[in-house]
Design a protein around this ligand. Structure first.
Ligand code: DNO
Length: 293
């Protein structure tokens, strides 16, 4: 496995220089943050990001994430234009030599609204919550929308040798009434079968699925082995049926057997990028929540 670290760009208090000084670190996980969701990423911005990372002696290993437009998740009639743009982004990243893309299919979440820019008769925009729209994200419909999306993009990803790695829903249960579709082992298996092609793969995130006692992360690593394209290692301390605290990475600090999970990756010969996920802030550090040094 190749050790990587998340970097949020120039505004990240953790700099590329800092990351380069961490022993064993070879790659960067990053994204371009100023492109509106749904637009194709311009090649010049991709190349600029890649060059900046390489100037620090690191490799741009993974893009986390190329966000999926809400219309695709909802299955709206406007989705095809956004899917075309997504394909363009995959092609450009592939051409630039960036071969793993992490993404997720979680519906609008932060504001718990069905539309963040609903157009009112006077042309102004408002936040709305429409139950009928939220229902379109219900697990069965959400899965159909994901299938439609995957059937379109995976052939392009395969052509470009870019591995698509879906991130599980975090936390893996419905939140504020919004549904979740990638929450457990069965869902992962179904997802992989929706398009049974190795380019349709997983970001196996120990801390997302691992907050549920039913998910044995080492077993999942062994089971899905070759379809895992990216690994997030996060430890959590389960404090209740649906409650948890994020913990320091060594096994003894949380509920996950991190050593056993790593052994499982080793056994299946995982040689993709892996990054520590959701670190704590220590020594009074102020960084992006979960992403201090
Ligand atoms: C949390 C991350 C997620 C992840 C996205 C991937 O720290 O693991 O926010 O980046 O869900 O699309």
């Amino acid at each position: 496995m190749k050790m990587t670290f998340r970097w949020y760009g120039d505004s990240d208090p953790v700099t590329l220089k800092n990351i380069k000084q961490i022993p064993g670190m070879v790659g960067i996980v990053s994204a371009i943050y100023d492109i509106p969701v749904g637009e194709a990423w311009p090649m010049d911005k991709i190349v600029a990001l890649k060059n900046k990372v390489e100037e620090h002696g690191l490799k741009l290993s993974v893009i986390e994430s190329v966000p999926v437009h809400e219309d695709i998740k909802l299955g709206q009639s406007t989705r095809d234009q956004y899917i075309e743009n997504y394909k363009t982004t995959i092609r450009r990243l592939g051409e630039a030599g960036i071969k793993v893309i992490c993404y997720n299919f979680m519906p609008v979440f932060d504001w718990t609204r069905s539309d963040l820019a609903y157009e009112l008769p006077d042309g102004s925009n408002a936040l709305i919550f429409d139950e009928k729209i939220v229902e379109k994200m219900a697990p069965s419909t959400g899965e159909l929308n994901l299938e439609y999306f995957l059937k379109e993009i995976i052939p392009v990803a395969a052509e470009e040798d870019v591995k698509m790695a879906i991130h599980p829903d975090d936390p893996p249960w419905p939140i504020f009434g919004l549904s979740r579709i990638i929450t457990n082992e069965d869902n992962l298996e179904r997802l992989l079968k929706l398009v049974d092609n190795s380019y349709n793969g997983l970001t196996l995130c120990s801390g997302s699925l691992g907050v549920s006692k039913d998910s044995d992360m080492a077993r999942l690593a062994r089971r899905f082995g070759k379809r895992i394209h990216f690994s997030h290692m996060r430890n959590v301390k389960i404090t209740g049926a649906k409650s948890f605290e994020e913990a320091a990475h060594p096994s003894q600090h949380g509920s996950l057997d991190m050593v056993e999970i790593l052994k499982a990756y080793y056994e299946v010969g995982f040689d993709g990028p892996m990054r520590p996920d959701h670190r704590r802030m220590i020594w009074g550090e102020t960084g992006k929540a979960g992403y201090g040094l």
